[in-house]
Design a protein around this ligand. Sequence first.
Ligand SMILES: Cc1cc2nc3c(=O)[nH]c(=O)nc-3n(C[C@H](O)[C@H](O)[C@H](O)COP(=O)(O)OP(=O)(O)OC[C@H]3O[C@@H](n4cnc5c(N)ncnc54)[C@H](O)[C@@H]3O)c2cc1C
Length: 376
Amino acid sequence: MAHKPKPDRTDAVIIGAGASGAAAAKVLTEHGLRVVALEKGPWRKKESFGGDELANINRYNLWPDPLTNPRTHRTSASEEAKVNLFCPVPQMVGGGTVHWQGWLPRFTPNDFRLRTIVGELPGTTLVDWPITYDDLEPYYTKVEWAFGVSGQAGANKFEGTRSRSYPCPPLPMSRYAQKFHEGCRNLGYNSFPTPQAALSRSFNGRKRTVISAFAQQHGDPTGTRSSALNVFVPDALATGRYDLRPDCYVHEITVDEQGRAKGVVYQDTDGDFIEQEADVVIVACGAVETARLLLLSRSGRFPNGLANGSDLVGRNVTFHEYSAAIGLFDDPIYAWAGGGYVSASSFEFYEHDDKRGHASGGLRRAQCLGCEQGQP
Ligand SMILES: Cc1cc2nc3c(=O)[nH]c(=O)nc-3n(C[C@H](O)[C@H](O)[C@H](O)COP(=O)(O)OP(=O)(O)OC[C@H]3O[C@@H](n4cnc5c(N)ncnc54)[C@H](O)[C@@H]3O)c2cc1C
C-alpha cells in the first residue's frame, strides 16, 4: 500500500453525495463550512447518460451491480437470504436522483402523527414524528425552489398549508393524465398535476428541453430534470468549500474516547485506506447503506454498531409498494407524449380511514404502463 499523508481535519465529512448528502453539502458550504464528501460511486457527467438500455440495465451503468456489490434480501428471519437487486438506487454522485422521475408531492400534516391517528398497532414500532409538517414546510419550499419544481399550488386539496407556490407551472398534460382527471371528476374525486422536479420553463439559468419519460429514467442528458447532481452539487462546488471525492468507499465511522464520532475510514480509488477526521460526521448513504455502515462501525463500546441503542437499525426496511389497475381505451393514448410517465395524481384515498381495515392509505396516479417497463 502506498503511503499517503493523512488529509487535514475538516469541518464536516458527509458520507454519500446523493439526495440528502448533496443537499447538506449545499447548505453547509453556503454557510461557510469546509465539507469533505466521500461517495462510493463514480461522478458521471451528463454525456454518460442516455437511452442505452443494455448499458443501463444489463451492465448496471446506473443500478448497483449485484456481482461486485451484492445485497441479500429476505422477508422473514426464518427465510434464507438471497442475492437480490433490492432497492436499486444508483450509487454514484447524485444518488437516487440520477434516475428518479422526480415526483415531489409533499407529505400531509397527518403523515407526521400517524401513531396518534391510528393508535397502537400490535407488532409494529409505529410512532409520531418528533417534528410536524409546519416545522418541515420551509424546507419543502426551499427544495421546490432550488429544483424548479413544476406544479400547481392548491390543486391537491389534502396538502397542508404552503408558504409559497411552485416556481414553475405544471408540465404539459399527457393524454392518460387527461383521462385520469376526467375519471376523477366524474367520480367526484380530487386530482392534481403531479408536482415534478423537472422544468416546465427555463428556470434559474437552466433551460427546458423536451425529454422522453424513457430518457428521464435512464439519467437525463438534457438537464431538464432536476437532481442532486445538476443542482445541489454545482451549488456546493461554487462555494469553493466542497471537496467531493468520488469512488471513495467508507468502511467505518470512528469514535473518540467520549464515544462521539470523530471521522471515517475510507478506501480511495487506489484501494488505499485513509482516515478523514472532522468536527461533524454526517451519514447520508440511503436507507440500506446507512444502516449497513452503522452496523459495521461496531466496537467494544458499541457492540451493536453506532446509534443502535434501540437495536432497530437495519430492521423493518420497506420499499415502494405497488398495486395496479389497468384501463383500456378506445381512443389512442399516445403514451410517449406529455409531462413524464406519471403526470396526474389523487390523494383521495391517502389519509387513514378505520373503515378500510389497514393503516394509512395510498397515492393514486395515472401511469403509462409501457413507460414503467422502459418502453417509450
Ligand atoms: C427507480 C426509482 C425512482 C424514484 N423516484 C422518486 C421520485 O419520483 N420522487 C422521490 O421523491 N423519490 C424517488 N425515489 C427515491 C429517491 O431516489 C430516494 O428516496 C433518495 O435518493 C434517497 O436519498 P438519500 O440521500 O437517502 O440516498 P441516495 O440518494 O441513495 O444517496 C446515498 C449515496 O450514498 C452513497 N453511499 C452509500 N454507501 C456509501 C459508503 N459506505 N461510502 C460512501 N458512499 C456511500 C451511495 O453511492 C449514494 O450515492 C426513487 C427511487 C428509485 C429507485
